[in-house]
Design a protein. Structure first.
Length: 276
């Protein structure tokens, strides 16, 4: 299937390439933790299964005026794709989601007359994220994608409310994956509390964390990296409750409960939805 893509903020069309998607796994492979017992039928599953990276394979074709030009274009493409760090990979047929990806192995290259062809394998983190920024918006012809209308590109899911006493607030996670301390690199779930309080307690999906000190300022609770900072200063020692896991957002409806005394706060919930 002919599908273009944007990688590290640059769309392939800027290089004049023809792109064919050869393999895009819908589901990542499950890393199973299981063993067999001699003389016993079946296997024992010890649980805690997680996901391996996805592999996305694309074939790129490009045209050169001569062999020298062909080789020059190949080096430009290799420079664009080469990265020791993760970059955002966005396919044109799914422009509202990105994968964190890097080239898995060396790039195979072949020349046929004045055309060059390379096969690229991207190793991707197992989940797709809602786009927060594309770097440069992919372009397409509405004749090719007639169902596409205006697409919002700043899509960190954000909710905000105020609390001066016990407060319950319900919000939606449109994705399919939980977001919390077990989420892969690139995940985001922050709770930002601004204002003042004497005691402060937050409960979400049967997990509770409590800030044990009367204080004021901007408190940032990073639930993915299990960090908490007040105006940039580490306050992990002031935290009690489920500090071994912090809080988790689940797919669908979530209700966060705010409790405490002396509350005069504004709470902001920021997260990037994830899909399998």
């Amino acid at each position: 299937m002919v599908i273009g893509f944007d990688y590290k903020g640059v769309h392939g069309s800027e290089y004049g390439i023809y792109c064919k998607t050869e393999k895009r796994s819908l589901l990542p492979a499950l890393r199973r933790r299981e063993f067999e017992i001699y003389g016993k039928s079946g296997i024992i599953d010890i649980g805690n299964n997680d996901y391996a990276p996805k592999i996305m394979t694309v074939k790129l074709t490009y045209i050169g005026a001569n062999l020298v030009d062909l080789r020059s274009k190949a080096r430009l493409l290799a420079s664009w794709l080469n990265s020791s760090t993760w970059g955002k990979l966005i396919f044109d047929d799914e422009p509202d989601k990105y994968y964190l990806a890097r080239v898995k192995d060396g790039i195979d290259l072949s020349n046929i007359l004045m055309a060059g062809e390379m096969t690229v394998e991207f190793e991707c983190q197992p989940f797709a994220y809602m786009c927060t920024s594309t770097g440069s918006d992919p372009t397409w012809d509405e004749a090719d994608f007639p169902w596409i209308t205006d697409i919002p590109w700043n899509m960190v899911q954000s909710y905000q409310f105020s609390a001066t006493g016990t407060t319950n607030y319900t919000f939606e996670h449109p994705g399919t994956q939980e977001i919390g301390c077990n989420s892969p690199q690139g995940s985001k779930f922050d709770i930002i509390v601004s204002g003042s309080w004497t005691t402060l307690e937050l409960t979400l999906n049967e997990k509770t964390i409590e800030y044990t000190e009367a204080d004021s300022g901007t408190l940032v609770i990073d639930n993915v990296n299990m960090e908490i900072k007040l105006d940039g200063v580490n306050k992990l020692s002031k935290l009690d409750g489920d500090i071994d896991s912090f809080l988790t957002v689940i797919p669908g409806e979530n209700t966060i409960a705010i409790d405490g005394t002396g509350l005069d706060i504004t709470v902001t919930i920021d997260f990037i939805p994830m899909w399998l």
